[in-house]
Design a protein around this ligand. Structure first.
Ligand code: NDP
Length: 278
């Protein structure tokens, strides 16, 4: 990478952010496109997010991807927001423009692209979403927007699943203990909890009620090969992993930040896999 006085720079902001794969992905695309650009990582203290964003904007940064725990705050401080960011109540992208800060949320696009990669289209489908946090909320909205017939939300805290269901009559909240049985009618199941992630308890979900064509997707990508995906593969289900989603949500961000589409043929998945493999 060669830096110059006119280097266009962007980054990801979160806490913690040291583990983020976004710099790996974006810098690989910058190099493949031959851009005079750089993509960094910023980790402000919890109460310094607004100051950090304002300072980076004033210093010439072109925009930021936003990760936990700042996605809601990012939406709140933006001057304008896309419909999908407003609907999600969270932003994963802030673009610094002459007229102000514009918020967007590309997580839903990433989810749909990852599912499409496994041959799944939500149109007319029934999908079981595990979880009712920020990622689950984004997933439910994206699935409904793409024409899902029914989205069943199973969550440990039933009240959070019920709150999600208030948004649309096609969303059905169920207790966590009912999730395995609900798979019998499902065309896809998506893990949007933190279960199965490194340092978290495993996701224990029996897939034996599911039809063979049901697609299994895990939004968790650390580890890349989760228990859910291992069980699904062993049973012959098509699968989509969290890394596919992560890379797919980064594509529209790159375009917004660097003003051009992701260069064709740039292989970032192998680079990320190398970072995720112990
Ligand atoms: P949140 O903290 O907002 O939500 C966490 C969810 O996990 C809640 O539904 C919570 O249930 C559930 N949960 C946590 N611990 C347990 C447990 N012990 N038993 C049962 N349920 C549990 O997190 P996010 O929604 O932001 O993220 C969820 C996952 O999605 C993370 O693993 C994250 O890395 C991943 N993700 C991946 C992305 C990608 O691009 N691949 C993008 C965004 C997120 P409760 O409501 O009861 O607390």
């Amino acid at each position: 990478m060669s830096l110059s006085a006119s280097t266009r720079f962007a980054g990801v902001i979160g806490a913690p952010v040291r583990h983020s794969l976004s710099p790996v992905i974006h810098n690989a695309w910058i190099a493949a496109a031959g851009l005079d650009g750089a993509y960094l990582a910023f980790e402000p203290a919890a109460d310094s997010f607004d100051v950090a964003v304002g300072g980076l904007n004033a210093a010439g940064c072109v925009g930021l991807n936003v990760t936990l725990p700042f996605k809601e705050r990012a939406l709140a401080l933006a001057d304008a927001a896309s419909e999908r960011a407003r609907a999600a109540g969270a932003a994963n992208l802030l673009v610094f423009e002459a007229g102000g800060i514009r918020a967007d949320n590309t997580d839903g696009l990433g989810l749909l692209a990852a599912l499409a990669g496994a041959g799944f289209s939500p149109a007319g489908a029934e999908v079981v979403v595990l979880g009712a946090g920020g990622a689950a909320r984004g997933a439910v909205l994206a699935l409904l927007g793409a024409g899902a017939r029914r989205v069943v939300v199973a969550n440990r805290s039933l009240d959070r699943a019920q709150a999600l269901a208030r948004a649309d009559p096609r969303v059905q909240p169920i207790a966590w203990a009912e999730a395995a049985a609900a798979l019998a009618q499902a065309d896809a199941v998506i893990n949007a909890t933190s279960l199965g992630m490194e340092g978290q308890p495993p996701l224990e979900l029996d897939l034996s009620a599911a039809r063979p064509a049901m697609v299994a997707m895990d939004m968790v990508y650390r580890p890349l090969r989760t228990g859910l995906l291992a069980q699904a593969r062993a049973r012959g289900h098509p699968v989509a992993d969290g890394l596919s989603m992560l890379i797919a949500q980064a594509e529209p961000s790159f375009e917004a930040l660097f003003g051009r589409p992701v260069p064709a043929g740039a292989e970032v998945r192998a680079l990320c896999e190398a970072r995720l493999t112990p």
